[in-house]
Every structure is written in C-alpha cells, then in structure tokens.
Design a protein around this ligand. Structure first.
Ligand code: PLP
Length: 444
C-alpha cells in the first residue's frame, strides 16, 4: 500500500484502491469519496448519515423507488427455490412467464423477448438479431448499422460503434460499416423548449441520404427515442414518425433503445407507445427489475423471430445468448417490479407529475450561466455555459454542491440531468429544483 492508498482508509471505510470505478474520475473520487450506504423510497443515505433525495432514480433505473419489500421478498423466495438453471437447452417457468408478462406491455406486435443482463448487452443483441434476420431472408448483404450523433447505446463494441459520444468511441476499435444520423439538438431554434421541439423534423431526412449512399447494405437504424445520457434531447415533432416511414420505404429495421425511456419514464410503458411510433425491435434494461437485479431484454416483432425459426427443428436458430439470460432471480425481480408498476399505476403517476417537473425546471432559466433547459416526461436537463478553459468543471461543481445540499443529480459535462423516481411527489420535485437552483447560483 503506498501513501495515496493509505490516505483512502478513513474510519470504517474500506480501502478504495482496488476497485477500478466505471465512468468515474477515479483519482478525483478517491481523494474525496462520495459513498451511499442505504436507500429507501426516493432517498439515499450517505456514509456520514445524511439523507439525500435521489433525483436521478439511481442511474435512470430505480423507477419504483428504493427497497421495495415486494421485490426483496420475491428475490429471497426465488434464491431459496431455484437460484439458477442453465439457460441453454434448458428452461424454467419464470423466464417464460416474465417474457409473456413483458410481451403484454410492449407495443403491439413486439412480442418475442430475448433476455440479457444489461442495456449494453440488449443493444448488441438487437444489432445481431437484425443481421441474422436479413441473412435468414436472403439479404445477407445488409450488414451496415446506422446510429446517431450524441447517442448512448452502452459500451459493447456494437453499442459504441452506433453510439455518438466521441469520448466513448475514440480510444477503441469501432465496428466497420457504421454511419450516423445528425443529432437533433438545435439551440438556435429550440432553446428552452418545453417537451418536444417544434423544429427539426427534416433532420430525419439525413437517413434518405445515408440510404442513397449505402443502398441495400443497411441492416438497421438504432435511436434512443429521447436521447438520455447525452443530456435529455427529446425528438423534434414528427421526427420519429419520419424515421419510421423511411425505414419502411427501404426495408430497414428500426430499433428503439428504450433502456432509459422504458418502464414509465415518459408516462407510458414505453416511448413507442408515448410517441405512437412502433419500432421493429426495442431494447430494455434498468427499470425492468427496478435495478434490483441486473437484467435486460430485447423485444422483437414476431415476424423477425419467425424468420429465424426455419431449417431443421433440431438446429439452434440464433447462436447468441448469455449464461444469465432469463436468470431466475432476475425474473422474480422483474415480475415483482412489473406488478408494482401495474398495481400502483406508476406510469400514470409519472404522466401526472411530468407537468410539475416541466414547470419547475424551466423556472431555472433565470439562474446563473444557464444556456438551455429541456424536458419530457420525468426527464429534464439544464445546460450550463462551460467555464472558459475548463469544460465540465461547472457541471461537476454544481453536482457536488447539490449533493452537499441534499439532492443527487446527474452531471455529464456541463449538463445537469434529473430523472426522479416515478413515485416522487410534487414536494420532492420542488425541493430538488430548489436545491439545484441554489447550487447553480453558487458556482462561479
Ligand atoms: N442504452 C441506453 C439508451 C442507455 O441509457 C444505457 C445506459 O445508460 C445503455 C444502453 C447501457 O446500459 P447498461 O449500462 O445497463 O449496459
């Protein structure tokens, strides 16, 4: 242990040096750690005993609030009944039940479910299914994958390649044969817009130009219906509809990455239903188990699934899957979670709370250095002007000050994002926005 490592041993705190933290400034964090030790409902408790509002649903995932006893009981029961069953060439009832329950919630026609363990795995699974589907139909030349600038589709090689966040891509080998639509954030025309921007439907026409270039070598187009990690970018009015029409015209599979927008974030089960635009496949994770146990899923149109169910019945149709696909404990957590969403009408509750978040967050327009504010459903973001020569510093300091004042918000660069649990109340939203406004004003 060197001096720097020794310094991280504080009180009962474990040594912090062995854990290589994901998407974290490790040295900065370990110099001034922020540890959470408990969670209940919409609140975390920090290591030093302070209660903090969870204004981000963890990482956009604890939609039903923390420590739900129904989920804990289901997980506990399952661990003692069937803790694991092989997922290849064997099955267990809960996986089938979970798929059926999920298929009843997804947009009409998307009723074939493949289980994964994360959003990243769901994205790579959906991209692979798209390639396999075209090949099965005799269009094996369709191998290109189209994403969008500023998109986040997780961290697999497929996901980063169709993703559009340069920091996530530049260090790593990217898949060949990918291309990107322009992002839809247009500050000159849509600044401080409430809900979907009025301008920018024509940005979908970039797909026609990509088709003109690559023709029938394109397999699929993947977009987040509302870009989340890049700072809450709702689609311009009519944009998703136009993407859908262009995909139909040219035989492209349209994939919605609903890892954030799924499970009520917009006040509907999925963004597909909220916008009235049905993709051919959708990816899910996060809210599927209320983040209690890692789990992801891909829902595919039945025709996509059926196109692969050919050849001898003894042949494996898709050479893809995970040891933990449909893990019994994850299934138990998912079923308990989906039951909570239904029984407590949490998607309806999110829809009712969304106008409150919209009204409160836009009141921050008058605060220091605020350059834009966006929102849709229970997602909202505030952009701060980057400090000269120190991009991201203002966002980070605002995040740290808000945390000290009692609210966990999410900072990516100089954007602060909020995604409160669907069980949040008007009073919680009020308090979060009050804390955030003061934090913003306190940062030079
Ligand atoms: N896709 C989207 C839209 C996401 O927001 C995320 C995570 O935030 C992912 C994929 C990746 O999910 P995971 O971190 O579970 O791999």
């Amino acid at each position: 242990m060197d001096d720097a490592e020794r310094k991280t041993r504080v009180g009962n705190r474990p040594d912090l040096s062995a854990y290589w933290m994901p998407f974290t400034a490790n040295r900065q964090f370990k110099a001034e750690p922020r540890l959470l030790v408990e969670a209940h409902g919409c609140f975390y408790r920090t290591e030093d005993g302070r209660e903090v509002i969870d204004a981000t649903s963890g990482l956009w995932c604890v939609n039903a609030g923390h420590a739900r006893p129904e989920i804990a009981a289901a997980v506990n029961r399952q661990l003692l009944t069937l803790d694991y069953a092989p997922s290849f060439q064997m099955g267990h009832p809960l996986a089938f039940e979970t798929a059926e329950t999920l298929a009843a919630m997804t947009p009409a026609g998307l009723d074939r479910i493949f289980f994964t363990n994360s959003g990243s795995e769901s994205v790579d699974t959906a991209l692979k299914i798209a390639l396999a589907y075209h090949r099965a139909r005799g269009e094996g030349q369709r191998t290109r994958l189209i994403g969008r600038e500023r998109a986040y589709h997780g961290v697999g090689f497929g996901g980063i390649s169709v993703g559009g966040l340069v920091n996530n891509r530049r260090t790593f080998l990217n898949l060949p044969g990918t291309d990107h639509l322009p992002h839809t954030h247009d500050l000159s025309r849509n600044a401080f817009c409430r809900g979907q921007p009025a301008h920018g439907v024509e940005l979908a026409d970039a797909l026609e130009r990509i088709v003109a270039l690559h023709g029938d070598t394109i397999a699929a187009v993947i977009v987040e219906p509302v870009a989340g990690s890049a700072g809450v970018l709702p689609p311009p009015k009519g944009y998703l509809e136009r993407l859908r029409a262009i995909c139909d015209r040219h035989g492209l599979i349209l994939i919605f990455d609903e890892v954030i927008t799924g499970f009520g974030r917009l006040g509907a089960p999925f963004a597909g239903q909220y916008f009235g635009v049905t993709p051919d496949m959708m990816t899910m994770a996060k809210g599927l188990t209320n983040a209690s146990v890692p789990m992801g899923a891909v829902a595919a149109r039945r025709e996509i699934h059926d196109a692969l169910m050919q050849g001898p019945a003894a042949a494996i149709e898709l050479f893809h899957g995970y040891t933990y696909s449909g893990h019994p404990v994850a299934c138990a957590a998912a079923l308990a979670t989906l039951d909570i969403y239904r029984r407590e009408d949490l998607f309806g509750r999110a829809a009712r709370l969304a106008p409150v978040l919209e009204a409160r967050i836009h009141a921050l327009q008058v605060r220091r250095n605020v350059t834009d504010i966006r929102n849709l459903g229970l997602m909202a973001a505030v952009d701060l002007a980057p400090r000269e020569g120190a991009p991201g510093a203002r966002g980070y300091e605002t995040f740290v000050r808000a945390l000290a004042a009692g609210a966990l918000v999410r900072a990516t660069g100089d954007t602060i994002a909020l995604s409160p649990p669907l069980v949040a109340t008007e009073a919680i939203v009020d308090r979060v926005v009050e804390i955030l406004g003061e934090a913003i004003d306190s940062v030079a």
